[in-house]
Design a protein around this ligand. Structure first.
Ligand SMILES: [Zn+2]
Length: 617
């Protein structure tokens, strides 16, 4: 009897939670006052964080990231770098972190932390601050954390730090104690090993007090341009500085990170994106080497944003800053840090533009959609890679029908053939090799969308991606959210594809096994060689040059895409994935047939295309 009552109670408790159904996400509001000591590369900060718990759970603990603690000898990041068989040669300091001197390391030290005025018990585990709350935060509740902290900016080792390779003084990313994300799969307080960032959305008010010689650029909008002289000098505003230091006041709304950079020689040029797009600010060091930044990069940037908005939906803020800094190209909300000089030399306009297209697109897939990249790296870098070729095709007039296919599919196929591939669902920190991560996230993630375009049809795909931005922007979608949206848009089942593509290293390979002559007809037999099933488009070309199309559905998709061609299409019976072969009859004598080809568009990432074509001798 007791057991019976208990079972009923458990049943009620697990089904009656008011928030159990429907979407929720946590919310943060930061206010930070930073006093920066450029002489010692250190700063102190006061942070007020209002945390809103929109989850159905009562929180008894919270976690902050202290990313700078990774930049030390013997850190997890150091050992992770040593453990990878193919370390990235672009960042030599990563493998030399054991030699960092005391004044070259990074750290974030929390001096005091209170919750609604009560002192809190904290424990630092590497880059994670574990905090036991004084008062649990109930579902729907909010609380205020007040923190005082001190930090030292490390040498530029990877992404963040001081004295970049091309001479930028401060590239300030991952620089403040930052609340970790809590979502329906729990806390994401992953230790930092130089890979992904994930955090709740919120509003930031950041006041940075620094020597008046510095020009600052970053996420958000400067609130006191008249005081700091921010781009207003040309308009005749005279700025007089009352002391040696100045306070830059930034505000950013609805972002999940805040990055900034500072240099004494930054100059700024701006351009307005047409058709209501963002105002673009470009910050570069005032020297001969960066002349392109001030002459030709601005019109390119406006073109890029105009093209992305047209193809992938509206940008979410009123401004975007392109900032010389960092150690490659890296995306942050409302900003990117890009280097001007690689170790191989100064970058051309084409190289800068290529990087900018990629980083600007991250404003969509990392800035506004912001999937958890530790788990779903393919949804950010991959979608960005796919979209990048479509934008470059447009702004560079390549005139390709399938711009996102060529390079990406080939790159993926070559990698898949090595046998070194790891499943794309691998946690981003845990890939065995850097190449494995890169190929899975960037290449295979991009090819995932090529395959989807082939499976559901390109028009549905394009419309679906705009809807994805509108429906899931600022909501941290998961793979299932994306797949469900595309299922609804196409009226097809699609999980069968992602199950294979993301969770396995199975591959696609179809071939034409035989083409046999009957009296008045032709019998075609196809083989399924790879494990991944795909619906097939098969174009038949007659000797008179005319063409027609067959389409073979696969059952589990529960339908077919619209005919994407002008050719007459015949839909054949389903080819079930268990069956290694499939035959169909063409109502023509073999002597009339010139060519039969599986997937003439070559969008399908078929590992061996040599068996896709039958040609009459
Ligand atoms: Zn990227």
């Amino acid at each position: 009897m007791k057991f019976f009552i208990l079972s009923i109670m458990v049943f009620l408790m697990t089904t009656s939670t008011p928030f159990a159904q429907g979407y929720w996400q946590q919310h943060v509001d930061y206010k930070m006052d930073i006093d920066f000591d450029a002489k010692n590369h250190q700063f102190s900060g006061k942070q007020t964080l209002v945390y809103s718990n929109n989850s159905p759970d009562t929180l008894k603990k919270v976690y902050y990231h202290l990313y700078y603690n990774a930049f030390q000898p013997n850190s997890m990041m150091y050992w992770k770098t040593l453990s990878v068989p193919d370390p990235d040669p672009r960042f030599p300091l990563m493998g030399q972190m054991d030699k960092l001197k005391k004044d070259e390391i990074g750290y974030q030290k929390v001096a005091t932390l209170t919750q609604d005025g009560k002192d809190l018990e904290c424990h630092v585990s590497y880059t994670t601050l574990e905090v036991k709350l004084a008062d649990p935060i109930p579902p729907g509740g909010s609380t205020t954390f007040e923190m005082e902290f001190n930090a030292q900016v490390p040498l530029q080792i990877r992404r963040t730090g001081r004295d970049s390779f091309d001479g930028v003084d401060y590239s300030m990313t991952q620089w403040f104690p930052k609340m970790a994300e809590y979502d329906e799969s729990g806390w994401h307080a992953d230790p930092y090993v130089a890979r992904e960032f994930h955090a709740p959305w919120g509003n930031y008010e950041v006041n940075i007090t620094i020597d008046k010689d510095y020009v600052l650029a970053g996420t958000g909008i400067v609130q006191n341009p008249n005081e700091v002289g921010y781009g207003y000098e040309d308009e005749g505003v005279n700025v007089s500085y009352p002391s040696d230091k100045l306070t830059w006041k930034f505000k950013a709304e609805n972002v999940h990170d805040f990055a900034w950079a500072a240099d004494t020689e930054y100059v700024q040029n701006t351009i307005q994106t047409p058709n209501g797009g963002p105002l673009i600010r470009i910050f570069s060091i005032d020297e001969e080497e960066t002349i392109l930044w001030r002459t030709e990069l601005a019109p390119q940037a406006a073109k890029i944003f105009e093209s992305i908005e047209k193809n992938f939906g509206k940008y979410g803020w009123s401004q975007y800053s392109i900032i010389q800094g960092g150690d490659g190209g890296m995306e942050y909300p409302m900003a990117t840090l890009i280097i001007n000089r690689k170790r191989t030399g100064v970058r051309s306009l084409s190289s800068l533009t290529g990087t900018l297209v990629h980083e600007a697109l991250h404003s969509w897939y990392q800035g506004m959609l912001a999937t958890n990249e530790s788990y779903f790296a393919w949804m950010d870098e991959g979608f960005t890679t796919y979209a990048e070729d479509i934008i470059l095709n447009e702004i560079r007039d390549w005139g390709q029908d399938w711009p996102a296919v060529g390079g990406s599919n080939e790159h993926y196929i070559n990698w898949a053939k090595t046998g070194l591939e790891e499943p794309a669902c691998t946690h981003a920190d845990h890939f065995i090799t850097n190449s494995g991560y890169g190929r899975s996230a960037y290449v295979k993630g991009g090819v995932a969308l090529n395959q989807l375009s082939y499976i559901i049809g390109d028009q549905t795909m394009r419309a679906g991606l705009i809807e994805y931005r509108n429906e899931w922007g600022f909501k941290h979608p998961t793979p299932n959210d994306f797949i469900r949206l595309m299922e609804k848009k196409s009226d097809l089942e699609l999980h069968w594809f992602f199950d294979e593509w993301i969770h396995t290293t199975n591959t696609i390979d179809y071939g034409i096994k035989s083409v046999e002559k009957n009296r008045k007809t032709t019998e075609v037999t196809l083989s399924k060689i790879g494990r991944i099933p795909m619906p097939l488009d098969i174009v038949v070309t007659k000797k008179d040059g005319s063409q027609f199309l067959y389409y073979i559905p696969i059952g589990v998709m529960r339908g077919e895409k619209p005919n994407e061609t002008d050719l007459e299409r015949t839909i054949l019976p389903d080819w079930y994935w268990t069956h290694p072969e499939y035959s169909f009859t063409i109502d023509l004598p073999k002597s009339d047939i010139k060519k039969i080809e599986i997937d003439e568009t070559q969008r399908m990432a078929d590992l061996d295309r040599t068996n896709n074509v039958f040609s009459a001798e």
